[in-house]
Write a protein that binds this ligand. Structure first.
Ligand code: ZN
Ligand code: ZN
Length: 313
């Protein structure tokens, strides 16, 4: 794992993106899951696919925990959490100088191969963002790629289309352009602010009924609260991503995350507090992202958790 799969350049020590082509190295790359097998006790026998060469047991899944570290420019961490047996979230992070492309996707658990849907969407959108055709075009590219998964000939996929959410953003010269489908979110958290500004509006049952006048507390406590009303997948039809732009007037942090994080910090004040404290109290950005994921795990880890942090000064 020393070569960039995209341009074969040597991987920079500790960098999660290729210094030559700017493509992320963390996305889809096998991670260090430890090489000693916990099942048979054999030392150094666990291969990069997570399986033990000696006993054949799965010692760890590469996607259970992944990190992308672009130094002070951006960082992202994804984690399986506690209760789900696999990580169906996916992320993409590419950095070129101060330009950042970032995508967070969350597989729909009730669909076939949700982790394939989210991985496909994150990569398709990430690659499209680099083409400079805008966030809406990138989300549409992801939608097409995910919809195509239903037609691969796999009968399970044809019967229950792989599906996921998406939130994507690009940062160019201090301006943020973002877009989304589903309930993965983007927030703007100004340094020192008491409240986070939620840039995205969930495509979810709870958000829909609250907009219609329902009591927010009751809506969020409803078992249907998180049911999404728009997604990427063959059964959804034509996707019309919602988009926005923000040119911050003061320094702050752009946060993209899946519901595995924001569900524990639904109040804008609580979200701002936990993000700013993590950035302030950790030595670097990837540690701050890791700390946020750890808080969600400690809070119950009921879902997969993904968080990306992009400071803008
Ligand atoms: Zn073993
Ligand atoms: Zn989720």
């Amino acid at each position: 794992m020393t070569d960039c799969p995209h341009c074969t350049d040597e991987r920079a020590a500790g960098a999660a993106f290729c210094e030559s082509c700017g493509r992320p190295l963390a996305t889809g790359a096998p991670l260090d899951v430890g090489t000693d097998c916990g099942a048979c006790g054999s030392a150094g026998s666990v291969a990069t696919d997570g399986y033990c060469d000696n006993c054949g047991m799965l010692a760890g899944r590469p996607r259970d925990h992944a990190e992308a570290d672009a130094g002070p420019v951006a960082a992202a961490v994804t984690d399986r959490g506690v209760r789900h047996r696999r990580n169906e979230d996916a992320m993409w992070l590419a950095v070129r100088g101060t330009e950042v492309d970032v995508v967070v996707c969350d597989g729909v658990s009730s669909s076939a191969d949700p982790e394939v849907a989210s991985g496909t969407a994150a990569e398709a959108a990430g690659k499209a963002l680099a083409l400079e055709t805008g966030v809406a075009a990138a989300v549409r590219a992801a939608a097409e790629a995910v919809a195509a998964l239903a037609g691969t000939g796999d009968p399970r996929r044809a019967a229950s289309n792989p599906a996921c959410t998406i939130v994507a953003a690009r940062v160019r010269e201090g301006e943020i352009e973002y877009g989304w489908v589903g309930d993965s979110r983007a927030y703007w958290v100004p340094i020192g602010a008491e409240r986070a500004e939620q840039l995205t509006e969930d495509d979810s049952w709870a958000t829909h009924v609250i907009a219609m006048g329902a009591d927010p507390q009751a809506a969020w406590n409803n078992p249907q609260a998180h049911a999404i009303t728009a997604w990427l997948g063959a059964d959804f039809g034509v996707v019309e991503p919602r988009t926005g732009t923000l040119r911050p007037e003061a320094p702050g942090v752009l946060v993209l995350c899946s519901d595995g994080l924001w569900n524990y910090y639904t109040e804008p004040a609580a979200f701002a507090e936990v993000v700013l404290a993590s950035v302030r109290e950790n030595a670097d950005l990837v540690s701050a992202a890791r700390a946020l994921v750890a808080l969600a795990v400690e809070a119950g880890g009921a879902d997969n958790i993904t968080v990306a942090l992009i400071p803008i000064v």
